[in-house]
Design a binder for this molecule. Structure first.
Ligand code: NDP
Length: 485
């Protein structure tokens, strides 16, 4: 009888949706130029969608060259008259205010980010928004201490910074770019990604609320052409870009010979390396966090699992069990682990590369998983039998797809991990401290995590080598990119 009852009782989660009520989305949004929201000069707009439902959220102004020109002019005036000459301690007050307002309005930001991007609310609520506030707090602390930061006695700001950011962490990437630039005394023109403009515009509203002087921050929403116009504008002194390696190369070509300073944070194909002495449960959690966090839309995602051959079956068995427990669905549900893919274009790219993986002979596996009927979705996916030459071992998929390779010796692990044109991040799972240090010295990656993965902190510099770009963001190193020292 008891057995019968147990068989009948299916334990499942009740829906736990976060309310949308806290956010009021306007039907239309303007560009933020010189402290005001204004339409594009030619009146053009584009729609931003909720990728989980394909429902249009709002119409957003599409910046053209004339708008970028106005934004750069406003930033220049604000730099020369207000923000550049302002003492660091005064600039700090604005940054602290912005940080506090981000905290106060964090629920609103989290819901809006999940609606526009598709990421699970538990990630926008617990990672994106708190970290964005932390970046403003941290850099506010530097604003009046720049002369003690080791860049000489009187480091100067560069002037106007043009900043182009991607769609995977819309608010957080804005904070990574804006907080150090503003702390150092630069003014900014920010170009958010076309598919995720809404939280950058809400941040502009927060800056208004904080009384930030007009022109210090300008937001020119629009397509790639708005980014290109900003990059090539002669009135910009520094370009900071996060996005694909392909566009990063275009930007580097456009900037070459102009005297503009440039930092590029590009793609990655990180190895997450599990040795036979690693605690399996911890490593499995780290693998899951490494590739399924934010649907794998993470430049430093641990998208290649390198597992020592002697423990491969055990680790993969546990990993498959764990993937079976991941919950995919409504991004606003607090129990959701995997949300929507950000756009149709990105979904097509993930499908194309996954199909290529199968066609090249790797074995594909996903847990049983029902995808919603509307919106852009892709199940968590594992590929085994992957060889180093496969496209899924070489190219950035930027989705919830893990390619598994094996190794026998630490030397082989290093050789395989470094066999990529990228060099952004890596993970090492082992009980031996000496092995962690040995690996960290040999892995060609800007960040190496040991027995953890995807840990971010504003005090810690982040950035890559080779096709992953150059320059660092965060920490004292990140400030250097915005100073004439
Ligand atoms: P892009 O590199 O195209 O976009 C990043 C930002 O640059 C966006 O704001 C984009 O605008 C803008 N942009 C596009 N073209 C230009 C240009 N010529 N000059 C200046 N700015 C430009 O990335 P996608 O969004 O197209 O994604 C493509 C692939 O890039 C992904 O599949 C992924 O592999 C990788 N990627 C990597 C990221 C990372 O952090 N490493 C982040 C995002 C993507 P718009 O949004 O209008 O295109």
């Amino acid at each position: 009888m008891q057995g019968e009852l147990a068989a009948q009782t299916e334990w499942d989660y009740a829906p736990a949706p976060e309310s949308r009520e806290i956010v009021s989305i306007a039907p239309e949004y303007g560009l933020f130029i010189d402290g005001e929201f204004v339409p594009a000069a030619d009146g053009r707009q584009f729609a931003t969608l909720n990728p989980a439902t394909e429902e249009p959220l709002a119409q957003v102004a599409d910046a053209g060259e004339a708008d970028v020109d106005r934004a750069v002019a406003a930033a220049r005036t604000a730099y020369e008259r207000v923000w550049g000459p302002m003492p660091g301690a005064e600039r700090a007050k604005y940054l602290y205010r912005i940080a506090r307002l981000l905290q106060e309005r964090s629920r609103e930001f989290a819901v809006l980010e999940s609606l526009d991007n598709g990421k699970p609310i538990k990630e926008s609520r617990d990672v994106d928004i708190p970290l964005a506030a932390a970046h403003f707090f941290y850099h506010a602390g530097w604003a009046d201490k720049l002369e003690h930061a080791g860049f000489g006695p009187s480091p100067r700001p560069l002037g106007v910074a043009g900043q182009v950011i991607p769609w995977n962490f819309p608010l957080l990437m804005a904070a990574w770019k804006l907080a150090p630039a503003l702390a150092a005394g630069n003014t900014c023109v920010l170009k958010p990604a076309e598919t995720t403009p809404l939280t950058a515009l809400l941040l502009a509203e927060v800056c208004q609320q904080a009384g930030l002087p007009p022109g210090v921050l300008n937001v020119t929403t629009g397509a790639g052409s708005a980014g290109a116009a900003l990059v090539s504008h002669p009135g910009v002194d520094k370009i900071a870009f996060t996005g694909s390696t392909e566009v990063g190369k275009e930007i580097q070509r456009a900037v070459a010979g102009t005297g503009k300073r440039l930092t590029l944070e590009l793609g990655g194909k990180a190895a997450n390396i599990v040795f036979d002495d690693a605690p399996v449960e911890g490593a499995v959690e780290g693998i899951v966090n490494g590739i399924f966090f934010n649907q794998g839309h993470v430049c430093c995602a641990g998208s290649r699992l390198l597992v020592q051959e002697s423990v491969a079956d055990a680790v993969l068995g546990r990993l498959r069990d764990r993937l079976g427990t991941l919950r995919l669905g409504d991004p606003l549900d607090k129990n959701t682990d995997i949300g929507a893919i950000n756009s149709r274009q990105q979904l097509d790219k993930i499908r194309e590369l996954s199909d290529a993986g199968e066609a090249e002979g790797a074995e594909r596996w996903s847990p049983p998983c029902q995808l919603p009927d509307r919106g852009y979705w892709f199940p968590p996916t594992l590929f085994t039998g992957v060889s180093q030459s496969h496209r899924i071992a070489q190219e950035e998929i930027f989705g919830p797809v893990l390619s598994v390779l094996t190794f026998r010796t630490p030397d082989e692990a290093v050789a395989k991990a470094n066999n990529t044109p990228y060099g952004l991040s890596a993970g090492v799972w082992t009980e031996k401290g000496s092995r962690i240090l040995w690996m960290a010295q040999r892995l060609r990656a800007g960040v190496v995590w040991a027995n953890t993965y995807n840990r971010f902190d504003p005090t810690s510099p982040f950035g890559g080598y080779r096709e992953s770009g150059f320059g660092r963001e965060g920490g004292r190193h990140g400030l250097a990119a915005y100073l004439n020292a």
